[in-house]
Design a protein around this ligand. Structure first.
Ligand code: BES
Ligand code: MN
Ligand code: MN
Length: 463
């Protein structure tokens, strides 16, 4: 047995520079899943990962579907030992706005004396999920075997609400993916040196609406004031969604199913000692804002929210142009909590927007995708092994919730019936989805070692 993993740690110490270079190659492939013009890069990325899995000693293949390929690898030579399924995603968000990147988004660059690797996907989720593969690869290279069985599934449409993995997991019904624990690294530690295990993710309903006015842009002098302006109407609709004072969402029925925070959650969140001023500083705002009666962490982790993601309409170029625009529109996401139902909330939103539309325009509402709410009650020896493995590398982990969504997690928990461990190696200042996304190089290496510790601890359980 390898109670302290030192054999593998020595190898990681020697080889981690190479692991980082491999990650850089992975990051060079622009696997943007939401934009069809990147489809061939997405496939190339899946093939790259399959080859890397094979080089690590896994049996690996692509699982094809209507959507982007899934990459699957396994090593199942540890008879009678538990099986861990690792989940990650190889697709990334679009890199826009390009002009705000210090270096091109798909040319990974080391910054800050080599402490940070900057590239689209560095933390979300190539860097984090590649740590799984490197941990397994280092153990196999060092020992020729693993202490437990492992399976890796890496999807290519997490960022675009795709359904390839959802239908595969349901169809598979645990045959290929059967396991004793699911290990997901697609989130952040609470702060540097202080890891976290998430027990909640928000759900989501992603909406878009389009306000249609006149059949063409009109001269705003000749026609203005005599027709409903789609831009004005857009503003009125958006303003009707929130109470500007209290931050409450005004869609009728929106809060009906919201489960209140438990007292223990409120006190545990409060005990984390969240630094409001440092957070404001780090994101460059003069003050936090949100639903009255809740703290910043409560709002982020456990209260439902509604945000404009983008809006358009009318003239947006240089200088002034005098028109009544023909149309305007907005993309709006709602982040949901237990026990809200994303499909029901999508309906409530659509009804409200249609009602709020002023006379003189037509409004069309669509729902792009939904994601279920996740609230896990994980405990038991496997969870304890994961918590202990984190504490082997960093400080004692904290249990927290998260405002982000990972659509497949609810289905994995439901179909596989195994505890889901949401353990990320990112940091809250990683700028995921933003220009200059990065991963802390130490966290990448620490993530590899934490996974090694977890697998060794699991292999030693009960014997
Ligand atoms: N990794 C994120 C989710 C996340 C973000 C978890 C921050 C923990 C902390 C994931 O890649 C993501 O961005 N998910 C989307 C899902 C959506 C497209 C359904 C999200 O949350 O916006
Ligand atoms: Mn992610
Ligand atoms: Mn993401």
């Amino acid at each position: 047995m390898h109670p302290d993993s030192q054999d593998v740690f020595r190898r990681i110490e020697r080889e981690q520079g190479t692991y980082l270079e491999e990650l850089e190659d992975y990051l060079r492939i622009p696997s943007v899943s939401t934009d069809p013009s990147f489809d061939s890069d997405v496939r190339r990325c899946a093939e790259f990962l399959r080859e890397r899995m094979r080089q690590a000693g896994l049996d690996a293949k692509l699982i094809e579907s209507d959507g982007k390929p899934l990459v699957y690898g396994e090593w199942t030579g540890a008879e009678g030992k538990p099986t861990v399924l690792f989940y990650g995603h190889y697709d990334v968000q679009p890199a826009d706005p390009l002009e705000l990147w210090r270096n091109p988004p798909f040319e990974p660059t080391l910054e800050n004396d080599g402490k940070q690797l900057v590239a689209r996907g560095a933390t979300d989720d190539k860097g984090q999920s590649y740590a799984h593969l490197k941990a397994v690869g280092a153990m196999l290279a060092e020992r020729g075997e693993l202490p437990v069985n492992v399976k890796l599934i890496v999807e290519g449409e997490e960022e675009s609400g795709g359904e390839a993995i959802e239908s595969f997991v349901r169809r598979d019904a645990g045959e290929t993916l059967g396991c004793d624990a699911v290990f997901v690294s697609d989130s952040a530690m609470y702060e540097k040196g202080r890891p976290s295990m998430l027990y909640g993710l928000k759900g989501m309903a992603y909406m878009e609406f389009r306000v249609q006015g006149p059949n063409r842009d009109l001269h705003s002098g000749s026609f203005g004031g005599s027709v409903q302006n789609p831009g004005n109407a857009l503003g009125a609709i958006l303003a009707s969604l929130h109470d500007a004072e209290t931050g409450r969402i005004l869609i009728p029925g929106f809060y009906d199913r919201v489960r209140p925070l438990e007292d223990w959650e409120r006190s545990e969140f409060a005990a984390l000692g969240f630094d409001e001023a440092a957070d404001q500083d780090s994101i460059g705002i003069p003050a936090h804002f949100g639903e009255e009666g809740y703290t910043t962490l409560e709002r982020r982790w456990a209260r439902p929210t509604l945000d404009v993601n983008g809006m358009w309409g009318g003239y947006q170029g240089e200088g002034a142009k005098t028109i009544v625009p023909s149309f305007a529109g907005a993309k709006v996401s709602m982040r949901l909590v237990p026990d809200q139902d994303p499909a029901e909330v999508a309906e409530l939103f659509a009804d409200h927007v249609r009602r709020a539309a002023p006379a003189g325009v037509q409004v069309e509402v669509i729902c792009h995708h939904t994601s279920p709410v996740v609230l896990l009650e994980t405990e038991g020896p496997i969870v304890d092994a994961a918590l202990a493995a984190m504490a082997d590398i960093w400080q004692q982990p904290v249990r927290v919730r998260e405002g982000g969504s990972i659509p497949i997690v609810a289905t994995l928990a439901e179909v596989l019936g195994a505890p889901v461990l949401l353990i990320g190696f990112g940091l809250s200042d990683d700028r995921l989805h933003s220009p200059n996304e990065k991963i802390d190089v130490e966290n990448f290496y620490g993530g590899i070692r934490a996974v090694v510790r977890f697998l060794d601890r699991l292999g030693n359980l009960g014997g």
